[in-house]
Structures are given as structure tokens and as C-alpha cells.
Design a protein around this ligand. Structure first.
Ligand SMILES: Cc1cc2nc3c(=O)[nH]c(=O)nc-3n(C[C@H](O)[C@H](O)[C@H](O)COP(=O)(O)OP(=O)(O)OC[C@H]3O[C@@H](n4cnc5c(N)ncnc54)[C@H](O)[C@@H]3O)c2cc1C
Length: 478
């Protein structure tokens, strides 16, 4: 009965302003129905807890839904057959160094050690991965990236929503959490949240065991991001969905939580010049394409970190570049679910039978482009890039089979590495370094894992690893 009724409505009056609020009670309340939130909800519900997920938008998914869904994990059964050597220690070192040693080593350990198990857990719940095998996504630094079969991040959201619901979790859409309830200001347990539905109904939801904050980052919040980086004002594009406003960070701070790394905001050098979105490409990865500027020249090692790539793009004419690849790596439908033929017809992607025609289409000097591609193809054949040091494992595909493709790209606000401080149990830490009882956080709302610069593919690993830890620990009421 208790189980069924968790909707249990205690209907009471909230004294403040004489406004009537419904009071609901659950074991675990999850704030945010994106990736980390649904993973946490599944973990807690599968532990037999009554779970409520509150999502402010009309749909679940958050940035996870629109993400590439690709996930880093050391996974020898899939890497070894491709001759890829890897280890947990190497993933750890790259994540630490890739964030300029500003990430928390303890959290990074948990991330890299937990990623393979998170992949297994997701496969057990129905996520399938691309038969093409392991690759290295932009900014990942090593081929340990796994691509789900379902387009974008839809697979992750589908399986964890299904798992959470199957285990009895409830999801309330169009319900914005506006604050956390803490027993004594800045001292006691967090025992619930205040929320408001889109029709103005006020709710107070009590959590017997714990509240999990999983509200994502603040990439779409222009005011908040310019506070931390004045260059990222209203004109600057973003890849983020509009709900990515940093609500959870502010709410956690209001009850005493500490934050870290707020100035570290990642630009991905792969945004559409018009929309900022990462969609609209032909699906060629860094191992099968080059980046050229408006002079028709390469300017960087395409396998570099995202911050290095973005800074290199800013040095180029008009702060823009094109990816160039040949026909062999272009699928009928990309992993974003788009058809390259449509993108060409819409003028978002350029395609031509010769490099000369392609150069004319995009307005770069034809001779320079031909020379750049010829020199790159030599690097592929020799296995050595003497110009920019692209590593040998990314020099696999020459650009020689017509038709040829060009896609214009610019840096776009992508990931906010800063956020709420947590420990390895996903417990939120206050400004005195103490655990805030009853409050957990996971995903992009947290800070301290990725340092100054997140490796491509490490954020999906983050939600799958820390989302699960947060859900399990909230369920235990630790
Ligand atoms: C276009 C794009 C592509 C990406 N591709 C990859 C990739 O392939 N691999 C990778 O590792 N990383 C990728 N990333 C980064 C990664 O997707 C995100 O860091 C990660 O998905 C964040 O997950 P999350 O659960 O923390 O937040 P989200 O998935 O954004 O979920 C947060 C949820 O909380 C809700 N919410 C916010 N505030 C409130 C509130 N007050 N009340 C109720 N609900 C609220 C939001 O509406 C949202 O649904 C990508 C990001 C983008 C934008």
C-alpha cells in the first residue's frame, strides 16, 4: 500500500504567504530527468525505493538526449581485437592531464574504474553498441569511445527511463524544482524540494532517504556563463538544450554547497556556424578527415584536446574551418539520424566530384587545398604527420575517393566543467568541507571531475558511473 501510494498526498498548508502547496512523500527524489537523473532513478528504484523524478521540461532527456551518446571506457574485449592497447591507469592519466591536473584525482579514479562496469550495466538493460567498434571521438585523446546503435543519446535515455519505470519510479514532467528543503539552514539534513508545475501548482516533495541533484550544467545560461567567462556572451553559440540553465548549482549553493571550477567552460570546435549545434555533419571522425582554414591549409593536429583545437580555430581567418573527407566514410544516415544527401541539398554540407570543385564551392584556393590533401595523404601512407603530429593511429584514411565533402564548423559552448563539489559517494560537500546529509549530485551539475577541459566521451561515462552511485547511496540513505 505504502509502495503503491507513494503519491500519497498529505495535502497541507504551507504557511508561507498562505499559499496552498501539495505535499508528496517519496524515498528518493531525483531533480532532473536527463541522463544522470534517470540512471540514479533506476539505481534507487531497483533497490526497492519509491522514487520520483522531477523534470522541468515537457520531455525527459536533457543534454544527454541530444548528445552523441558516445562513451569512454577501457573495454579490452572490444579494443584488443582492433590492436588497441589501453588500461585504466592510462585513462586515468589522460583524464587528469587533459584537465590540466585540476580535476579531483579521487573522483577521476572512480570514473575510470567504474566506466567498464557502467557499460556492462547499460548493455544488460538493453543498450547496444555499434558494430564498427571502438573509435576516438573529438577530444578523447585515445580510441576507447563506444557508440550506441540508437541515434544521438536516445538509447541511454530509453534504457534508463524504462529501467526506472519498470522498477516503479514515477516521473513528473513540466515540474520545475525551485529550491531544496534543509532542516536547519546550513546544518541539518536535506529532506526534500520545493517545485512548481507549469500550471502554477506548488508542490513540496519530501524525501525520506535522499535528494539527487541531476540538473545538468549551465551552458545555455548566458548570464551565468558570462559571469565566469565574459567572452561567452549572448552572441556566442551553444550546443546545449535550453533547459541547461545551472538551476541545481544555484539551489545547492543556497543550502550551503561548495562549488568548484566554475570558470572552466568547454568550447567544442564542432558547432554549426549558424546554430552552434554539433549536428549537420557527414559523420566523418577525426581519423578520416582533416581540418582546413579558409586558405585551404591544415592548421592543427586534429587529434588534440578540444580547448587546443578551439584556440587554434580562433587564430584562423573568420574563426572558422572546414572538415574535409572523402566518400568512403560517409554513411547513408549519420549517428545524429541525418541523411548527408539532405544536408547537401539544404546547403549545410558541401559535396563535389573533385577537390577543385569543392574548393570553389567553399571559396578556398583550389591549389592550396589540393596540395594540403596530397601532403596529408602522404602522411597517411608513411604513418607520420610531420606537420602537426597527428598520431599514427589516427592516420588511417587517405582523402582520395570522390566525391569529396566539406563541412563548415566553429567553436560552440558545450560543457561546463564546474559545479557542485561531491565526494566519491556522490554526496554533496558544503563550504566547510562537510557532507550535506541527504543531498547527492551527479552529472554535469557537479564540478571537479574534468578539471579545465573534459575529454570527449567522458561525460556520458560520468552520468553512467556517478548517476548510479548517487542513486544507490541515496537509496541507502547514507
Ligand atoms: C549536443 C551535445 C552532444 C554531446 N555529446 C556527448 C557525447 O557524445 N559524449 C559525451 O561524453 N558527452 C557528450 N556531451 C556532454 C553530455 O551529453 C552531458 O554532459 C551530459 O549528458 C549531461 O547529463 P546530465 O544528466 O548531467 O544533464 P542533462 O542530460 O542535461 O539533464 C539535466 C536535466 O535536468 C533538467 N532540469 C534542469 N533544471 C531543472 C529544475 N530546476 N527542475 C527540474 N528539472 C530540471 C533539465 O531539463 C534536463 O532534462 C554532449 C553534450 C551536448 C550538448
Amino acid at each position: 500500500m505504502r509502495r503503491l501510494g507513494l503519491f500519497l498526498l498529505i495535502a497541507c498548508l504551507v504557511a508561507s504567504a498562505g499559499v496552498r502547496a501539495q505535499v508528496l512523500e517519496y524515498d528518493v527524489v531525483v531533480v532532473g530527468g536527463g541522463g544522470a537523473g534517470l540512471v540514479a532513478a533506476a539505481a534507487a528504484a531497483e533497490k526497492g525505493q519509491q522514487v520520483l523524478v522531477l523534470e522541468k521540461m515537457a520531455f525527459v532527456g536533457g543534454n544527454t538526449l541530444v548528445s552523441g551518446g558516445v562513451c569512454n571506457a577501457v573495454y579490452p574485449p572490444w579494443q584488443e581485437p582492433l590492436g588497441i592497447e589501453d588500461s585504466i591507469e592510462f585513462h586515468y592519466q589522460q583524464t587528469l592531464a587533459g584537465g590540466d591536473y585540476r580535476g579531483n584525482p579521487d573522483l577521476i579514479r572512480v570514473l575510470v574504474e567504474g566506466a567498464p562496469a557502467a557499460l556492462d550495466r547499460s548493455r544488460e538493460r538493453g543498450l547496444t553498441f555499434h558494430p564498427d567498434g571502438v573509435f576516438q571521438v573529438l577530444g578523447a585523446l585515445w580510441p576507447r569511445t563506444h557508440r550506441p546503435m540508437e541515434s544521438a543519446g536516445t538509447g541511454w535515455i530509453r534504457i534508463y527511463l524504462e529501467a526506472a519505470k519498470k522498477a516503479g519510479a514515477h516521473v513528473l514532467l513540466n515540474t520545475r524544482v525551485i529550491g531544496l528543503l534543509r532542516q536547519e539552514p546550513l546544518a541539518g539534513r536535506v529532506y526534500g524540494v520545493k517545485a512548481i508545475s507549469s500550471d502554477g501548482k506548488q508542490l513540496e516533495i519530501h524525501a525520506r532517504k535522499g535528494v539527487v541533484l541531476a540538473t545538468g550544467g549551465f551552458g545555455a545560461n548566458v548570464e551565468m556563463r558570462t559571469l565566469h567567462n565574459p567572452l561567452l556572451g549572448p552572441g556566442f553559440p551553444t550546443t546545449n538544450q535550453p533547459g541547461t540553465m545551472g538551476d541545481g548549482i544555484t539551489m545547492a549553493q543556497d543550502v550551503g554547497a561548495d562549488v568548484t571550477g566554475m570558470d572552466f567552460i568547454q568550447l567544442i570546435p564542432a558547432g554549426c556556424p549558424k546554430t552552434g549545434a554539433v549536428t549537420g555533419t557527414v559523420g566523418a571522425g577525426i581519423a578520416s578527415s582533416i581540418m582546413i582554414n579558409k586558405k585551404g591549409e591544415r592548421f592543427v593536429n586534429e587529434g588534440e584536446r578540444r580547448d587546443v583545437l578551439s584556440n587554434a580555430v580562433f587564430q584562423q581567418p573568420d574563426g572558422l574551418y572546414y572538415t574535409i573527407n572523402d566518400s568512403r566514410v560517409v554513411p547513408e544516415v549519420t549517428s545524429w539520424g541525418e541523411r548527408p544527401t539532405d544536408l547537401v541539398a539544404e546547403g549545410r554540407v558541401f559535396k563535389a566530384g573533385t577537390l577543385k570543385e569543392l574548393a570553389e564551392l567553399i571559396g578556398v584556393p583550389a591549389k592550396a587545398l589540393a596540395a594540403t590533401v596530397a601532403r596529408y595523404n602522404e602522411s597517411v601512407r608513411s604513418g607520420e604527420d610531420r606537420d602537426f603530429g597527428k598520431p599514427a593511429h589516427l592516420l588511417k584514411a587517405a582523402i582520395e575517393e570522390p566525391p569529396f565533402y566539406a563541412v563548415p564548423r566553429v567553436p560552440s559552448v558545450h560543457h561546463t566543467m564546474g559545479g557542485v563539489v561531491i565526494n566519491r559517494h556522490a554526496q554533496v560537500i558544503d563550504r566547510r568541507g562537510q557532507v550535506i546529509p541527504g543531498l547527492y549530485a551527479a552529472g554535469e551539475v557537479t564540478g571537479g571531475i574534468h578539471g579545465t577541459n573534459r575529454l570527449g566521451g567522458n561525460a556520458i561515462a560520468d552520468i553512467a558511473v556517478f548517476g548510479w552511485i548517487a542513486g544507490e547511496n541515496a537509496a541507502a540513505g547514507n
